[in-house]
Design a protein around this ligand. Structure first.
Ligand code: IPE
Ligand code: IPE
Ligand code: MG
Length: 236
């Protein structure tokens, strides 16, 4: 007997995983400890995703603007990413997860590039969850790069070149901005902002965000199906 989620089409969820540094500093720990704890949160989210009806999960791990951080933090993040790819590949194969990296590769170090290549090759057949990790990623640059490959530039061809539209976009850490993540693909994404720092974001929080999404009416420009009075106040 399929549950409610399985009867709906699989969701594409994007997550801006923010707040690792503040989580660590609040505990008197170095920022890298927050990034390390954040990797554990990734594993929890990936494990929970299929049962929540998520078919594709795109995680923002390192933005093209994050190169502006101190070299030591950048190095620590790159090492964690390579470690994650290596460590998760066998588990991904076992669990039907197709692992891919999104973003520029040419500025990544050779070890990370190789780890990504191995993970992508080994997990290419995964059909239960499409997991994309955005590394050295900029939504604006991704759109430009995709547009440059197209002979016939149209909405549809750019849609195809970039990837699936985002249904639900979550940002943890309390900030309410997109920071150059999946800009084109999020044209009609439902936005959910959580005050939780990423290391504290649990499977129940992900479930809560999906529940919030399911409770919203997506109109894509049409008139409401169930007209309701406008909410009071201008900001929640
Ligand atoms: C998100 O956490 C991870 C990356 C951007 C790499 P941050 O490192 O941005 O954490 P805060 O926002 O400083 O707390
Ligand atoms: C966005 O977070 C990038 C990632 C989560 C990887 P940032 O912490 O870099 O974003 P800003 O600087 O607060 O906009
Ligand atoms: Mg941040």
């Amino acid at each position: 007997m399929p549950n409610n989620f399985e009867m709906q089409s699989p969701l594409h969820v994007g997550i801006i995983m923010d707040g690792n540094g503040r989580w660590a500093l609040a505990r008197g720990l170095p920022r890298q400890a927050g990034h390390r704890a954040g990797v554990e949160t990734v594993s929890r989210a990936v494990e929970a995703a299929p049962s929540l009806g998520i078919g594709a999960l795109t995680l923002f791990a390192f933005s093209s603007d994050n190169w502006r951080r101190p070299q030591s933090e950048v190095g620590g993040l790159m090492a964690l990413l390579a470690e994650y790819m290596e460590r998760e590949t066998p588990r991904a194969v076992e669990n039907g997860i197709r692992l891919q990296a999104l973003g520029r590769r040419d500025r990544l170090d050779a070890q990370l590039r190789a780890a990504i290549g191995r993970a992508e090759a080994a997990t290419a057949g995964g059909a239960r969850l499409w997991l994309r990790i955005a590394v050295d990623y900029s939504g604006r640059d991704a759109s430009l790069a995709a547009a440059r490959t197209l002979l016939d530039l149209s909405r549809e061809s750019l849609d195809r070149a970039l990837g699936p539209p985002v249904d639900l976009l979550i940002r943890t850490g309390g900030e309410r901005r997109l920071s150059d993540f999946l800009l084109w693909e999020s044209a009609y994404a439902e936005l959910v902002f959580s005050r939780r720092m990423w290391p504290d974001f649990g499977a129940d929080d992900l479930a809560g965000a999906v529940r919030e999404f399911r409770g919203r009416e997506r109109r894509f420009g049409a008139v409401p199906r169930t007209p309701a009075p406008a909410a009071a106040g201008w900001l929640d």
